[in-house]
Design a protein around this ligand. Sequence first.
Ligand code: GLN
Length: 292
Amino acid sequence: MTINDLLKKGIYILLENNISNPQLDVELLLSYTLNVDKVYIYTHRDEEVSNESVDNFLKLIDRRKQGYPLQYILKKQEFMGLDFCIEEGVLIPRQDTEVLVEKIINIVNNGHFKDRKVINIVDIGVGSGAISLSLVHYLEKAHVYSIDIDNKAIEITRKNSVRLGLEDKITLLKGNLFSPLTPLNLENKIDIIVSNPPYIPSQDIDTLQVEVAKYEPRKALDGGIDGLDFYRKIIPESIKYLRKDGVLAFEIGYNQGNEVANLIKESGSFKGVEVIKDLAGLDRAVLAYCNK
Ligand code: GLN
C-alpha cells in the first residue's frame, strides 16, 4: 500500500466510527508511524509502505477510532509555542488555557511586579506543567512552586521541565492543594497564584466528548456537584499566601464566570475581579488582585 492508500483508508475508518475531521489525525498518525514529518506525507503520496508499518498504522487507527485521544498516542502537545510531553493520566493541555497564561504574562509585562527581584508563582494542580512551565519560560524573573496530588503529573512535569531547560525555575511539590507549602514559609510572599482546577460538575462528565469522558483523568475534571468545589477551597487559602496586590488567576468553565467572581468577592480580600472570555466568547478565566 502507498501513503495515499493508507491516508484514504485511515480517514474512511475514522469517519465510519464518527470521529469528526479525521484528516489531520490520520496524517499525524501516519507521519508518527513512519517517523517522518507531515510535509513528507504530502510530498511522497505514491511511496510504498512496508507491511510492518501498515500494521502499526492500522493499530493506531484502531485505537483512535474508539475515541482514544490523538495526543495520548503521539505523546505530545504544543502549548504557548512549547512542546510538552504528555501521557495518559495527565490532562491534555488545551488551547483555551493559553488565554489565562497570556493574561498573566501581560500583567507582568505591563509592570505590575516591576519592583520584584523574583516573581513567586504558585500553581495548584500542575498536570503536565503547561501553565507553570510556559509562565517561567516567558517570564524571566519568575519562579514557580507547582503542586499536584498525582504522582504521574509530578513525573511528567519534571520531564517537561528538563526538556525545556527550566528545571531551575520550578519547585515541584506533591500533595493536596496548598498543604506541601506549609514547611516553606511562603505566607505573604506569593505574587501570583494560578490554577486550572477540576471544574466540571460531576454529573456532566459523561456528557463530554468520549476523548475527555472516557480517557482523560477524572480527578483532573471532576469539580463536585456544581463544579466549584476547588474554587471554594483555594480562594480562602490563597489569601494567606498572596502578598498585597498579588494576583489570583483561575481557569473556569464556560458558564462559571459570575459564580467564581462572586466567590472571590465574598471572601472580602480581593479587588478588580475580572472575568476573561476565550476566543469563542465564553467565560474562560477569572482574575483578581489581593487587597488584604
Ligand atoms: N477544559 C477541560 C474540558 O473542557 C476541563 C478542565 C478542567 O476541569 N479543569 O474538558
